[in-house]
Design a protein around this ligand. Structure first.
Ligand code: SF4
Length: 278
């Protein structure tokens, strides 16, 4: 979809899929890619701004978008991804929290994305309104400090760890997005750091870790041609290693983006759903 075609009254994408729950089951999940205001963080590898509004999200728009997305949904879980941060008031207006919470409460679990810079007190306000299980997805990307800095994530590993601990105290579950590969780094080094990052995410209490192989569709400041190549057979092997590393302590999924399922040999449970990262 072109940016000019976006409307504040419609999500730019809705998916109905199944997610592994960590207990060997699949859970029906609706993912709503909300059309909202642009994320101000501006990570170097992120192209999510292509689906955002140039101005603040109008009041009432998010509830209308959710209504249109879930009207036929029988899903148990709901993912609300806004190409940014749920507790950024320019993206999700706080005055709309009650209306949004009312819709969230029809589900068993709701997952949103957020960067630790946004909305500690707004999170507390929102939690008072919901009765469903709440989960925040955070884009840690990597624990390699130099790469994290190069991605312009505006977050250190310690910022992430503190945030993970804070939300755990509030009874909120944690999902973590990790990247596999950055420009100019070979496959072996990329895998090594993703494994270390997975270990850190799990130590910080992640319930679900989503691994996102770097792809050229992202920005990467013109260096996308220096990304390591991960053929699908290698991705399957890496995923196997990460599952072993997790030892059942967290759900670990791998984003396959546009790779056809029949080309991968993956079972449905091994595949992850399309994700974004905040
Ligand atoms: S990756 Fe997340 S925090 Fe970074 S610019 Fe994109 S939406 Fe914002």
């Amino acid at each position: 979809m072109n940016r000019e075609q976006l409307s504040a009254d419609a999500p730019y994408l809705v998916l109905h899929e199944a997610e592994p729950d960590g207990g060997g089951n699949e859970v029906s999940t609706t993912t709503v890619f909300l059309t909202a205001s642009r994320c101000p963080i501006g990570c170097n590898m992120c192209d999510l701004h292509l689906n955002t509004l140039p101005a603040a999200t109008p009041s009432g728009a998010i509830a209308r978008q959710i209504d249109s997305a879930i009207k036929d949904s029988e899903a148990k879980w709901l993912k609300l991804y806004n190409s940014g941060n749920f507790f950024d008031p320019r993206s999700i207006p706080p005055d709309d929290y009650s209306e949004i919470a009312e819709r969230c409460n029809r589900f068993d679990r709701v997952i949103v994305e957020n960067h630790p810079q946004f909305g500690r007190s707004r999170l507390r306000s929102f939690l008072k309104l919901i009765t469903c299980r709440f989960e925040i997805a955070v884009g840690l990307e990597t624990v390699q400090p130099r790469w994290l800095d190069r991605l312009k994530k505006q977050m250190t590993r310690d910022d992430f760890s503190h945030y993970a601990s804070e939300i755990a105290h509030l009874g909120v579950d944690l999902r973590v997005f990790l990247i596999l590969g950055v420009p100019g780094v070979d496959v072996v080094e990329s895998v090594r750091w993703t494994r270390l990052s997975l270990r850190h995410a799990i130590a910080c209490g992640a319930r679900h870790v989503s691994i996102i192989p770097a792809r050229s569709g992202h920005g990467w400041s013109g260096r996308a041609d220096q990304l390591p190549d991960f053929p699908t057979a290698l991705l399957a092997e890496i995923h196997g290693k990460l599952l072993q590393d997790s030892d059942g302590r967290a759900v670990v999924t791998l984003d396959l983006w546009d790779v056809p399922v029949h080309d991968t040999g993956y079972s449905r449970l091994q595949q992850s759903n399309l994700t974004q990262h905040a």
